[in-house]
Each structure stands twice: as structure tokens, then as C-alpha cells.
Ligand binder design. Structure first.
Ligand code: UT7
Length: 329
């Protein structure tokens, strides 16, 4: 395949205005404190969506900014790939809600369910659709309202997650800028290390589920941590190999923002110094599908990425899923 096929023409983000600091968890009666959360995760605060801020509204806000920057109208979108682990409804997809909200009447819209890797999966799927001739212009979104699916009585998970949305418009590449390499992988044998045990068809919602609180996210944090480091390191290697580059050729790495210690271990493995790694987990917590999309938007709008730079995106999430891309800007 001759690359680049697609380039990122515009990005956007939305973060709910309500910011929750670590100290607020103790006020909710949880046995935790700022020092533990900062030391173990690097997180200092997260954005929390209000009832009226849904994935539909947050993703639309991010998408409108991305489309304006890309010079693309809703009617020009051929594809909308939306990643989320916290859909507004279980049927139909959140992507069709976004499509309706935008008035993107020509697009084929679908959700990508790859947890924290969803935005990267979405970019890779969209590039593939462009390669096959099925699309010229794609909107890829990551959006989460995770604060509605975490157990606010479980200190080992609820301190980690936050809400928000990020979006990117992909257009057909005309020069050397664009996606240079991609890698995606999953391992369903490990699904139960990070999952929602009930609320779906295998264990429908009922009074017992409510009592057990088993419709909330459950995680074996230490196991997930180990797999995250291993798989993100592999993903970094594979995308670099695919682009025939090494860590030294990378101007900026944008990793999934779950835990600063996972980010540091991945960067060390890839031989990328931390001053070339974008970190915002301190301000957002883990926003799953939205994480890399929000960080990418910040890196571009703050000038951390300028034209000519080579950027490595890498993510890992429930499933497990992991993915990576090298992009030239
Ligand atoms: O988005 C992709 C997937 N998610 C991740 O990548 C997350 C991966 N995992 C992690 O980031 C880390 O494992 C955590 C941040 C979740 C936990 O950090 P850890 O260093 O692995 O801690 P731990 O789970 O081994 O727990 C250590 C202790 C435990 O107490 P004991 O058993 O040693 O007495 C926990 O009960 O810390 C306790 N603990 C807490 N203490 C204060 C767990 N959560 C908290 C808390 N505040 N919020």
C-alpha cells in the first residue's frame, strides 16, 4: 500500500466546564487523598459532565471545531467513526446521534467499541475506507461520559476517570503529510480484567444487578497496568517499524492518558525522552476513547506539533485492545 492515503485536516475537543479536584473524593466519603492519587497515577483533576452534557452534545461540539478547522461541511462527510465506552444509549449507536446532530446526511455512521484504543481504531478504519475508495472525507471521534459508568463507591476506579470528547477530520492526502503506518491488535482472553459484568444481553439489568452494582466498571488495576506497559511498548515498536523509523525520529509521542507511570515506561521502552511525550493526564484523568484525541488537539493548538513533525500515537484499553499510528504533519 502506498502511503500516505489520509491526513489530519482538523482537530477539535470539548471538555465539560465542571472540574473535580482529587480532594473532593474525601468529601464524598471515600478513603482516598490527593497524595495517593497523584503519586500512583499522576492525576490531579478531571472534567465531569453535567446531566445536559451527553456524548451527543460533547462529540458534536468537538466535531464542529474539527470540521471548521478542516474546512469541511457536514454534508461532505462520508464516514463518521465514533469511539465510546459509555454510549448515550445501547441502541442505536451514538454515532448516528452525532450524525443527526451535525446534519451529516451523506455519512455512514457507526460506533467503534475498542475502549481506550477506540479513537486510534477509528483512524485506522477510516484510513482503510479511504484506501478502498469507500470514503474521501471522514470524521473520527472519541467521546466519553465515564463518570456515569464508574462506581462512585469504589475508590480503586472512580478516581481514575473523566469526561470529554475529541475529534479529527481525515481528508485524502495530496503530499507527504499523513498517516505513515498503523498497528492494531486485541486479546479477548483478558476481557474480564477490565469490564462491566452486567447490563448487557448475557446478564440483563435486574434488581440483583442493581444490588451488586455489577453494571459499573470493574478493574484488576495491577494486572491491567502490566499489560498496558507491555502492549503499548509493542504497539510503539510496531508502528515505528512500519514507518521504518526509530524512537529518535519521533518529535512527539501522544500516548493514551491512563497513568503517568504507564506513559513513562512506554516512552522509556521506545527510547523517547519525556520532553517529547505529551502528558495531560494530570488535568483530565483517563478519558478512554477521548484521551488521545483531546491530547492531539492540545498538542496541535499549543504549537507542540508543527508542520513537518513526526508523531507517534499509541493506546491500550479494555478488551484488551491496543493500537498505534505514526503520522507526519
Ligand atoms: O485505560 C486503560 C486501562 N486502565 C489503566 O491503564 C489503569 C492501570 N492500572 C493503574 O493505573 C494502577 O494499577 C492503579 C492506579 C489503578 C492502582 O495503582 P497500584 O499502584 O497498582 O495500586 P494497587 O491496585 O496495587 O493498590 C495498592 C493499595 C491497595 O491497598 P492495600 O491492599 O495495599 O492495602 C489499594 O486498596 O492502594 C489501595 N488503593 C487506594 N488507596 C487510596 C486503591 N485505590 C486507592 C485510592 N486511594 N483511590
Amino acid at each position: 500500500m502506498k502511503r500516505p492515503i489520509a491526513y489530519l485536516a482538523g482537530v477539535g475537543k470539548y471538555a465539560p466546564p465542571r472540574i473535580m479536584k482529587n480532594a473532593e473524593f474525601a468529601e464524598l466519603g471515600l478513603e482516598t487523598d490527593d497524595a495517593w492519587i497523584v503519586q500512583r497515577t499522576g492525576i490531579r483533576q478531571r472534567h465531569v459532565a453535567a446531566p445536559h452534557e451527553t456524548n451527543r452534545t460533547m462529540s458534536a461540539a468537538a466535531a464542529r471545531i474539527a470540521m471548521e478547522r478542516a474546512g469541511v461541511t457536514p454534508g461532505e462527510l462520508d464516514v463518521i467513526a465514533l469511539g465510546t465506552a459509555s454510549p448515550d444509549r445501547l441502541l442505536p449507536s451514538t454515532a448516528v446521534d452525532l450524525q443527526a446532530e451535525l446534519g451529516a446526511t451523506r455519512a455512514a455512521a457507526f460506533d467503534v467499541m475498542a475502549a481506550c484504543s477506540s479513537f486510534l481504531y477509528g483512524l485506522i478504519i477510516a484510513e482503510g475506507l479511504m484506501q478502498s475508495g469507500s470514503a474521501d472525507t471522514a470524521l473520527v471521534v472519541g467521546t466519553e461520559k465515564l463518570t456515569t459508568i464508574v462506581d462512585w463507591k469504589d475508590r480503586s476506579t472512580c478516581v481514575l476517570f473523566g469526561d470529554g470528547a475529541g475529534a479529527a477530520v481525515l481528508k485524502r492526502a495530496t503530499g507527504g503529510a499523513g498517516i505513515l503506518s498503523t498497528f492494531m491488535r486485541s486479546d479477548g482472553r483478558l476481557a474480564e480484567l477490565l469490564y462491566r459484568p452486567s447490563g448487557g444481553a448475557s446478564r440483563p439489568f435486574d434488581a440483583q444487578v442493581l444490588q451488586e452494582r455489577s453494571f459499573y466498571v470493574k478493574m484488576e488495576g495491577r494486572e491491567v497496568f502490566k499489560h498496558a506497559v507491555r502492549s503499548m511498548s509493542e504497539a510503539a515498536d510496531r508502528a515505528l517499524d512500519g514507518a521504518k523509523l526509530t524512537g529518535e525520529d519521533i518529535d512527539l509521542m501522544i500516548p493514551h492518558q491512563a497513568n503517568v507511570r504507564i506513559i513513562e515506561a512506554t516512552a522509556k521502552h521506545a527510547r523517547i525522552p519525556m520532553d517529547k511525550v505529551y502528558v495531560n493526564v494530570d488535568r483530565y484523568g483517563n478519558t478512554s476513547s477521548a484521551s488521545v484525541a483531546i491530547a492531539l488537539e492540545e498538542a496541535l493548538t499549543s504549537g507542540r506539533i508543527v508542520p513537518g513533525m513526526t508523531v507517534l500515537l499509541v493506546a491500550f484499553g479494555a478488551g484488551f485492545t491496543w493500537a498505534s499510528l505514526v503520522i507526519r504533519f
